[in-house]
Structure formats: C-alpha cells, structure tokens
Write a protein that binds this ligand. Structure first.
Ligand code: SF4
Ligand code: SF3
Length: 566
C-alpha cells in the first residue's frame, strides 16, 4: 500500500485513501506528513518530560502547533515545506533533549548518551531496546525520510481499536492546534493547552496505554478543546468586539477586489487596513464570512461582503471572482490553471506554485493589492443579503425574547447543525433537513455547514431568524455558551434536558475537536453525517454509541421524527 489516510470525511470508500487522496494529497505528500507527525511525537516525549521540571521551549510549542495545523485536510499541499519541517523538527528534538539534560533533569552524573536517553524516557539500564524509536531515530536525506515514512504511518499501529483511538486523539489535537494558532496570532496563549497537545502526542506512542486510557485521553482532549475555543473566542471578541446581527451583502461592486478565505481574523484585519483608500475592495469566502459580523471590520467601507459559498465551490467561484484570492487556512482545493496565478497562501497553508505571503508584523500584502489593481471586478454570481452574527453575546442580549418564544411554544426545538460543508452529493440531506423542519424549529449553526441552508429564506419566529449563525466552526463554543445560558434560565440540571438536538455535519479535523468538546460537556445523542468517521473502528464506534448515544443519519423524514422523539 502506497499511502493510507482516513482523517477526513472524504476517505475513499469510507475506509481510507490509499493511492491518492480524494482531496488531492499525493503519496509523496502523505509520506512527508506522516513522518512529520512521527517526529512531533518524538519531540513530545522530551518536551513532556521537560515540562515536569518546568522547562518550556516556546519554539517547540510553536513548531508542534503549526506543524499539526499544516497537516489538517486541505491546509498545505507543498511537500517541500514538510521536508523542511522534518529537518527542523529533528533539530528541535535534539534541542529540547539537551535542555532537559543540561537542566540536570534527574540524570545520573557522567552518564553515557544511552543512559541519558533511557533516563529521559523513564527507562532503566538494560532496557535500551525499549527506547522509543521516534525519540532516537535519525536520517541523512530525503530518500531515507521517505523510507522511514512507510513504517510510521497510521497503519503502523496494528490493533484497529488502538489505532482508531490514537488517531481520534491525534485529529482532535490537530483541530485544537488550528484554533490555538489563531488565538496566539492575537497574543492569547495558554501553556496548559500546549502541554496537553504534547502529552497526547507522546501518549500515541505508548504501547502500555490500552483502550480505556485512550478513551479518557480523548475526553480530556475535549476539555482542552473547550479551553482552546474559549481562548479563541476571548481573543477574537476582545480584539474585534462581539459579533452583532448583520446583514451581509452577497452581491458585488465595480471595483477590483481581493477575496479572503479561511479563519484567520488577524489576516483580514491587516488586509482591510492595507487596502483602505487603494480603490480595491475586500470580500470574504467560505469560513471568513463571519468576519462581516465584527464591529472592528464592519467599519471599513471597502469591505463589501461575502462572495460565493463553502470551500468546495472554489474551483468555480475563484475563477469568476477575477481578482486575487488569499487563503489564510484550510480548505484549499487544488487550483485550476485559470486562477492559480491569482492565488496566494499565508500562515500554515501552502500549494506548489502558489505565492506565499510570509509572516510579519504586520504581514505585507502589497503584492496582492497591486495584483488586484490590474484585475477586472468580480463577476456577480448572486445578489441580496444573508443574516448572521448570532454569537453568544448577541443571542444572550436577545435571551428574553428567545425564552419567551420557548415558553409560549412558538419555538419548540433548536437544532444545532454546526460543522462543515463538502462536495459529497449526500450533503444535500442538510438542505432538505432545514427545509423540512417544522416552522417552530430554529437552527443554530457555526462553520461552513451553514451554506447548505443559509440562503433558503426560512423566515423568522417573532423576529428571531430561523437560522442563527454564530460564526466559524470554532464559534461552536458560542453555541455551547448559549445552551448553558438556556439551561440556567430554565433551571435545568442537565444540558440534555433542553429542547436541543444535534445534527452535525463533519468534514475535517476541526470538527473532531468540536465533537470531543461537546462530549466533554456531557452532550448526548449527537448525530454525525453524512457518514461516520472511517477512523472509528466498530468497537470504538460502539463505545461512543453506548456511552454518548452518538449516531449517524438516515433520511430526513425519519431523522426529524427521531429527533423529535428524543
Ligand atoms: Fe483522503 Fe481525507 Fe486523507 Fe485527503 S485528508 S487523503 S481525502 S482521508
Ligand atoms: Fe472546516 Fe474547511 Fe468548513 Fe471551519 S475548515 S468548517 S470544512
């Protein structure tokens, strides 16, 4: 088998991509990503021990976080970046090991190198064979990297249940790393979250951990997921104000424009500042749509609105946009020749042949702005407005109205339909589901899943729109805050007593951390679609069904009946 990846919903045949990713990931790229993850695990063995004696290496924290993020589905397709990261990772592993040794971290005096290694990883003399390979392995060239990569991928764990739990944990921390990166960009950080990510990485190498320990680590991952989303919420709202109800224009104007996609609000802030007064307009795409809801961005008159839909439509929509496109995070679809020269990446994203805007304080977007000036204005693909901005602060401001509507029976049930959109036709289920819901149901959403129903004009209930969009996938945290507030207002002891059902669409690893966060908060009976994750083995899926009532989806009519009976 040349490659094996089953981290996203598009895993081939609902089993795994083995020749080339459905996403466009090649075998070579898969190998370098697998090896990078392996090296992160090796570094984490040392950094986790070092933390025990209060040694924290900020370069290690940053490297691990950004590397995890870069391996998320559709984030970075540039193999050279991964090769460079593998080399940097090996150097950092030695650096943190030496830091630990130099700090005298419980090492025997004048010990040999092997003795030091044994001591760092908690082994005794004579146990050399047990030294974790990820902690000691070295190579000289790319050929050796590739050879090694074949032995360290997902399938290196033979037991399918342990493999499933190790990967569930790994994908959870990938999503967490992405959210941390955005928070850190705004100078909000939490050392404990880095500590957990590294502990979890090291744990995936520990053959003494069985299913029970790994399940509890996955739930602990959910706890840190809540912390990471709360931190990002604080970072975003403290820096840019609380999202507020906003009508977002989906039409176009006649100036040249720049389209910005992904999740990074710092990037859009800097782009808006640098484009002001240049005659170039700015539009959001996909997960950047919620930027329109923030007071700090709404004030820019050249910030026109949102162009297009979810990430997977970019092949058509980037073509008709006519101007340059900036990808700040996943999800990148391999670009068509017709616009590849108009595409730019930044942060952890990358694509061979696409220009990359380097980090900076601020980043310098002048090349994109000059490029835009030479381009035609966007071709209009739709007209009108969509409404959003229902993050926790805004919904809690409306709490009286919402509570009244629930008490009077005008609102009978809320459906959390957060998550992702994707190209699978089976996802039309979510459009049909939204259309067929009874008129007394309100949809709470976050993430790009909303594009399946946010232009349907589903109306309102006494002035409360029937689709309340809290923002990006990380703003699922807002939905939790809203649920906890309702629980408090109604004096309930359990979040599951609320008339809220969870019908979540997932695609990539950020949805995994959102799911684990919900499980940590005790939310039961979450339904996941359009298919259950390929990385859940039958036994692990059974644990989730038995303990949390997790389920899949069937058809809209039966599922609505099922949710109403919960
Ligand atoms: Fe396949 Fe998804 Fe992995 Fe891409 S990220 S190779 S589509 S499982
Ligand atoms: Fe995910 Fe691409 Fe939409 Fe943030 S990032 S939700 S799929």
């Amino acid at each position: 088998m040349s490659m094996f990846c089953y981290q996203c919903q598009e895993a081939a045949g609902c089993k795994g991509c083995t020749v080339r990713g459905v996403c466009g990931k090649t075998e070579d790229l898969a190998k370098s990503q697998d090896l990078l993850i392996y090296i992160l695990k090796g570094i984490s063995i040392y950094s986790t021990k070092a933390r025990e004696i209060n040694i924290v290496n900020k370069d290690v924290d940053k490297f691990i976080m950004e590397s995890l993020f870069s391996t998320i589905t559709n984030a970075n397709f540039d193999r050279n970046i991964f090769i460079d990261k593998i080399k940097t990772g090996l150097l950092l592993r030695e650096e943190i090991k030496n830091q630990y040794v130099n700090a005298g971290g419980k090492l025997p005096q004048n010990s040999t190198w092997v003795e030091k290694m044994l001591s760092i990883v908690g082994l005794k003399k004579g146990e050399e064979a047990k030294l974790p390979d990820a902690a000691v392995w070295l190579a000289n060239n790319v050929e050796e990297f590739d050879k090694k990569a074949e032995t360290v991928g997902v399938l290196a764990t033979e037991n399918e249940d342990i493999r499933s739990l190790r990967e569930l944990l790994t994908y959870g921390i990938k999503g967490m790393a992405a959210y941390m990166k955005h928070a850190i960009n705004l100078n909000y950080n939490d050392e404990n979250i880095h500590g957990f990510m590294q502990k979890a990485l090291a744990a995936t190498l520990d053959d003494t951990l069985g299913a029970e320990e790994l399940v509890s680590l996955a739930l602990e991952c959910g706890k840190y997921g809540v912390d990471a989303m709360a931190l990002l919420d604080k970072a975003n709202t403290s820096t840019y104000g609380n999202p507020e109800i906003t009508k977002v224009n989906i039409g176009t104007r006649n100036n040249p424009g720049i389209l910005i996609s992904g999740h990074d609000l710092k990037d859009i802030e800097e782009l808006l500042k640098q484009t002001e007064g240049t005659g170039v307009d700015v539009y959001t795409h996909s997960e950047m749509l919620p930027a329109n809801y923030y007071p700090a961005f709404k004030k820019y008159s050249h910030f026109v609105g949102n162009y297009g839909n979810a990430w997977w439509k970019q092949n058509e929509e980037f073509e008709s946009f006519n101007g340059p496109i900036l990808m700040t995070t996943n999800c990148i679809v391999p670009p068509k020749a017709s616009y590849i020269d108009r595409m730019y990446t930044t942060g952890v994203t990358g694509y061979p042949g696409v220009k990359h805007i380097e980090d900076g304080e601020p980043k310098d977007f002048s090349v994109i702005i000059e490029h835009a000036k030479k381009c035609a204005p966007p071709t209009e693909i739709e007209k009108g407005e969509i409404i959003g901005g229902f993050a926790h602060n805004q919904v809690i401001a409306l709490a009286d109205k919402v509570v009244e509507a629930v008490k009077s029976g005008a609102i009978k049930r809320f459906y959390v339909m957060a998550g992702c959109d994707g190209r699978a036709k089976s996802r039309n289920y979510y459009t049909e589901f939204a259309e067929k819901l009874p008129k007394d149901a309100v949809i709470l959403t976050a993430g790009c899943a909303k594009y399946k129903y946010n232009k349907l004009n589903l109306g309102d209930i006494g002035g409360i729109p029937r689709v309340l969009d809290a923002g990006q996938c990380n703003d699922s945290y807002s939905l939790v805050v809203i649920a906890l507030k309702l629980k408090e207002v109604f004096g309930l002891s359990d979040i599951n007593e609320l008339p809220i059902s969870y019908n979540i669409a997932w695609y990539e690893q950020k949805a995994v951390i959102v799911l684990l966060a919900l499980l940590h908060l005790g939310v039961k009976n979450i339904h996941l679609g359009p298919t259950l994750p390929a990385f859940l083995s039958p036994n692990v899926a059974k644990v989730l069904v038995d303990n949390f009532g997790i389920g899949g989806i069937t058809n809209v009519d039966d599922d609505i009946k099922m949710f109403e009976s919960l």
